[in-house]
Every structure is written in C-alpha cells, then in structure tokens.
Design a protein around this ligand. Structure first.
Ligand code: KG4
Ligand code: ZN
Length: 340
C-alpha cells in the first residue's frame, strides 16, 4: 500500500510517500521568513503553503521514485493548526484524491506526533507514555494502541516551546527561540540562577509554563537593567532550560512509573532539545525504561508521521471506510481529556 501524506498545519509544508510504514520520501519546506516577525504570521503562512505545495508534491514523488498513478491512498492533516494553512493542505489532498479516485484519511496532527517514535523503532510496545511537546502543545498521553489513547496531562497555559520562544525574545535572541537557547545552554552554567519548576509537585501530570516566563522576565529586568554579557546570557539560557527540562522529565517519568510503563516517546519540536533528550534518557535508563526521541526530520512537523498513522488506520479499518470527502479543516486544539 503506497500512501501520499500531506502536512501543512503551521509553518512547514511537507509531503511524504510511504510504502506501508516504510518512508520512501519525506520532503519538508520550512517557512524561515517568519523569523523576521518574531512568530508565525498566519496569513503569510497559508500563502507560502499555497506557493510551495505543488513543487513539494513533485519533489516527493521524484525522491520516492514513484508516479502518482501508483499511489493507493492520500493522508492529510486536517487538525489542529492554523486554519488557513490546514485548508491549503486539505484542499490539495482532496483534489488529488478526487482526480485519482483514491481514499483519503484525515489525520490529527497531534496524533501524528504521538506515534512518530514507531517509525524508526518498531520494537516499541503498548502501552506507552507519549510526551508531545512543541510550540503549540505540551501534553502527556497514555497510549494503549494505534487507535486508543488517553490524555493524562496538559499545559494549563503556555506550551513548553512557546516558553522557550518567549524567553528567547526577552533576551533578544530571535525566533524560534528553542534551538538558540539549546545552543547557548551547552556552554552555560545551569546552576547559576534558579527558576521555578512550576507544578512539579502538583501530584498530577499537568504543566504550566507561563509563570516561568513571567518570573524570568521579572528576574532579568531586576538583575540586568543594563543588559547582559555573553557569559550571563549563556548562564541564563542554561538555567531556564534546566527548569523546563526538569519538569518535562519528572512528569513523564512519574507517569511511566504510575502506569507501570517501560516505553516513553518524546515528540514535537521541543524533543530536539539536547538536554531534554540526555536527561530523559538517563533517568529512564536508570529505571529500566526506554525513552525514544525520533530523529529531527520525524520530530519536527512532517508528513511521514501523518502517513504512518494513516497506514495503521487503513490496516485496521480497510480503505473502503475512507471515501468521505466532507471532512473539514479545523483549528481546534487539545482541550479535554478525550478518549478516542
Ligand atoms: O513541532 P514544531 O516544529 O511546531 C509546532 O509548534 O507544532 O515545534 C516548534 C517549537 C518551537 O517553539 C521551537 O522553539 C521549539 O519547537 N524547538 C526547540 C528546539 N528546537 C525547536 N525547543 C527547545 N530546544 C530545541 N532544540
Ligand atoms: Zn507539531
């Protein structure tokens, strides 16, 4: 079964081709121009998707060395995300599916991230804990199968990536802030300053990062009224990153302990954070657990994870259930502890 998958929920246009769960191509085009605005501008994002989606479609087919006539199904992210961006991807997907009379599988972007660890590691076993941590989401899931999971924890305010981005902005470091803080932190002293590990002792699996952002801003305006030198920026980056990483690691490990689970998947843009990866893997290893971090191209927004989950859905339900073209794009985010 050859699947062509499309992802355009935020500022990455991506088209992947999979042969069942094997990724044949996974072309990703990132809209770097948003950097100059300090954040993603939705209207510009959808225009950029519109411009790049057709060339990426052809590039993806070429890299997979396949023609469109050989594709058996189309998968597309239809939620959550920026509405205008999602509409570009879903309409493109519907156009191809209608023209070639193919089934179409709408996929939830977060669910795509949730299972992305399986693409490179098929030894993972259910149930597992999945931490999805990005610019828009911070959520912990207990994942029972490819079609059944529970949200066990959510951020009550900002996402962890959003905290990285806002903190970087207050240090005038540019956007997106996560990778910049990560790089600076490598040479900084994480114990130089102490920032709150919000909700670490809350006894549940929820998160909160807006208090950290506020306390960081207050701290720098009080202690560095005349700006900071390079060493101070590195120490601030390392200290604030540690506060975020400690909470993400502690809660994920607590969840695994509570549910007696051995495997943890960490996905979404923030999973690229080097300290998060080393700390989580170290703690997990010491407890006889395994923490899987997908490689960069599968942890950022990408279509391969969308195609992978579509394959799993087809394997369970067959293709005949996927000829409903009335589904729409939806900006809806994770708000409730729903079960699917
Ligand atoms: O999943 P993603 O590509 O897009 C969505 O938000 O859905 O995640 C982007 C987020 C940004 O907030 C960015 O600052 C953060 O991931 N990020 C990082 C790192 N690389 C990207 N945060 C911390 N450390 C990193 N190395
Ligand atoms: Zn994402």
């Amino acid at each position: 079964m050859k699947i062509l998958a499309i992802e355009s929920s935020c500022d990455e246009t991506s088209i992947a081709i999979l042969d069942d769960t094997k990724v044949l191509s996974n072309v990703i085009s990132s809209q770097y121009f948003h950097t100059q605005y300090g954040g993603v501008i939705p209207e510009l994002a959808s225009r950029a998707h519109l411009k790049s989606i057709a060339p990426i479609f052809f590039q993806s087919l070429e890299e997979a060395q396949i023609t469109i006539e050989k594709i058996d199904a189309i998968a597309v992210t239809n939620q959550p995300g920026l509405l205008g961006s999602l509409i570009v991807g879903t309409n493109f997907a519907k156009g191809i599916a209608l023209k070639y009379n193919l089934p179409i599988i709408p996929i939830n972007h977060i669910e795509g991230h949730l299972y992305s660890g399986f693409i490179e590691d098929d030894s993972l076993q259910f149930p597992l804990i999945s931490l999805v941590v990005s610019g828009g989401h911070t959520a912990l899931f207990k994942v029972n199968s490819f079609t059944n999971y529970e949200i066990i924890g959510l951020t009550r305010d900002d996402a962890a990536g959003e905290a990285f981005d806002k903190i970087a902005k207050s240090l005038n470091l540019g956007y997106p802030g996560g990778p910049i803080i990560d790089k600076l932190a490598k040479i900084g002293n994480p114990n130089k300053y102490t920032f709150p590990r919000s909700m670490i002792n809350s006894g549940d699996f929820d998160f909160s990062f807006s208090g950290l952002k506020t306390s960081f801003k207050t701290f720098i305006s009080k202690n560095f009224p005349n700006g900071f030198n390079q060493e101070e920026i590195q120490d601030l980056a390392a200290s604030v990153q540690s506060a975020i990483v400690d909470v993400l690691t502690f809660k994920s490990i607590q969840a695994a302990k509570q549910f007696k689970i051995k495997n943890i998947i960490v996905a979404g843009g923030v999973s690229a954070n080097s300290q998060l990866k080393s700390e989580m893997q170290k703690v997990a290893h010491n407890l006889g657990m395994k923490a899987v971090f997908p490689s960069l191209k599968l942890s950022m927004d990408n279509a391969a994870m969308i195609g992978f989950l579509a394959t799993k859905k087809i394997q369970e339900k067959g293709t005949s259930n996927f000829f409903d073209f009335t589904f729409t794009a939806s900006a809806n985010s994770l708000r409730s502890r729903k079960k699917t």
